[in-house]
Design a protein around this ligand. Structure first.
Ligand SMILES: *Cc1c(COP(=O)(O)O)cnc(C)c1O
Length: 425
């Protein structure tokens, strides 16, 4: 047979697992075990030598299973499969997206170092950076898409921190406004500050479009982070996270994960293996539904300022260029404004039936929420406005339902909303 490279979706049912290991079971069992029996004392010793880095692994030597805080088959197979979408060398899975993000930041940042990060970030990440890392003497600096490369370089130099920059952290598309950051451009900025001894890392939170619709490593990212709670899990029934990157970087992250003990459990790992089998068809269906809904919303008289990546065009300049270069689909996240006030936005939210009023995203069911008072309520008022998070802004994560039913639900909810503007006439 000539060389044919299988697509990730074709490998999601089998990659990394051999039925012979488990009585021919086509599915990988749940290895609900804390510890593993060594075949012999000598082999137990050898496993620990590798795990503790006493010596390099021999070419044919397998990394032995020791203890489920260090390794477990469900997690290892899951990590192998997650690598396929991003074409990454290695992966580490965690018990939450926040544990993946916080562990990665703590492994690569030390007191005195500088972290640059894009705004707005996911609330939990924003809080961890501003209120936890700073307590340990890490310098942190937020930037926005409007700031030019030269302005940002000047700001770093004015603080005298050009030799201390260790990482640039991006979240793109940004939540909830779908603002795009150019990963390759920040790679260049990182290179500007890198030295032969010290490479400035670029880390990208890829939860919003990945792992199917955006592959940051191809654009120069060193680390890719996920809340696997979202699209990867996809069924609103688990919390998990992942970090991908080179063997070298992930080896360091796994060492810290072993210290923190914040790996995912085998049951979560197994559920994620199951979810991965349908990841692509779910995401494609969600994106197709989102296109239908965005087109409905944009023409509705009670709705305005629909933020949907599928609406970008030449008139949007660099945002459109970034989209074309970096994103493989507009995805399934839409935000939009209802009327002018929180009251009007709430009236709409309270009238929905099929679409569920809940935070989180990327699930089979459509989820809707009010960023200003929910996911982004921790941000101070002025900053919220600068980020475009207004009192009438709604964020919708589109699920796999029939689009006609979603439109029906939105239409009936909007019919029941009396806009304050109308009342004034
Ligand atoms: C949800 C989310 C996180 C945090 O993930 P958890 O699994 O809830 O810990 C981080 N980043 C983004 C973009 C998210 O949406």
């Amino acid at each position: 047979m000539n060389k044919h490279k299988m697509h990730p979706e074709s490998k999601m049912m089998s990659h990394g697992y051999n039925p012979e290991w488990s009585e021919g079971a086509i599915k990988c069992p749940i290895f609900q075990t804390s510890t593993f029996v060594f075949p012999s004392a000598e082999e137990g010793k050898a496993f620990f030598e590798i795990a503790h880095g006493v010596r390099e692994k021999g070419q044919r030597e397998k990394v032995g299973l020791i203890y489920s805080r260090l390794n477990n088959p469900d997690l290892e197979i899951l990590e192998d499969r997650l690598c396929l979408w991003d074409e990454s060398e290695a992966c580490a899975v965690f018990e939450s997206g926040m544990s993946a993000i916080s562990t990665a930041l703590m492994e690569f940042l030390s007191p005195g170092d500088l972290l640059l990060f894009s705004g707005p970030l996911y609330g939990g990440t924003d809080h961890f950076i501003k209120h936890f890392l700073t307590r340990f003497g890490v310098h942190v600096m937020e930037f926005h898409g409007r700031e030019t490369r030269e302005e940002l370089i000047r700001r770093v130099e004015e603080k005298g921190l050009q030799n201390r920059l260790k990482m640039i952290f991006l979240e793109t598309p940004a939540n909830p406004t779908n603002f795009l950051y150019d990963i390759a451009a920040y790679r260049q900025l990182a290179d500007h500050f890198s030295t032969p001894e010290s490479r400035v890392l670029v880390a990208v939170d890829n939860t919003y479009l990945g792992p199917v619709f955006q592959h940051p490593i191809k654009h120069g990212a060193d680390l890719v982070l996920y809340s696997a709670t979202k699209y990867i899990g996809g069924h609103s029934d688990l919390i998990a996270g992942a970090c991908l990157g080179s063997e070298e970087l992930i080896h360091r992250i796994k060492a810290l994960r072993s210290s923190f003990g914040n790996m995912a459990g085998p049951w979560t790992g197994w559920l994620l293996l199951r979810s991965l089998e349908t990841l692509k068809i779910r995401m494609e269906r969600q994106a197709a539904n989102a296109a239908v809904l965005a087109n409905y919303l944009v023409q509705h008289p009670k709705i305005h300022d629909v933020h949907y990546l599928g609406f970008l065009n030449e008139k949007n300049g660099s945002q459109y260029e970034i989209f074309q270069k970096q994103c493989l689909s507009p995805g399934a996240m839409i935000s939009f404004e209802v009327g002018q006030t929180e009251e009007e936005a709430f009236a709409f939210l309270n009238k929905l039936h099929l679409i569920k009023l809940a935070v989180s995203l990327g699930s089979t069911e459509s989820l809707i929420q009010h960023p200003a008072s929910m996911t982004h309520s921790g941000i101070e008022a002025q900053h919220k406005l600068e980020l475009g998070i207004k009192d009438n802004l709604i964020r919708l994560s589109v699920g796999v339902e029939h689009p006609d039913d979603l439109i029906y639900d939105i239409r009936q909810a909007l019919e029941g909303v009396r806009l304050l503007e109308e009342a004034a006439y």
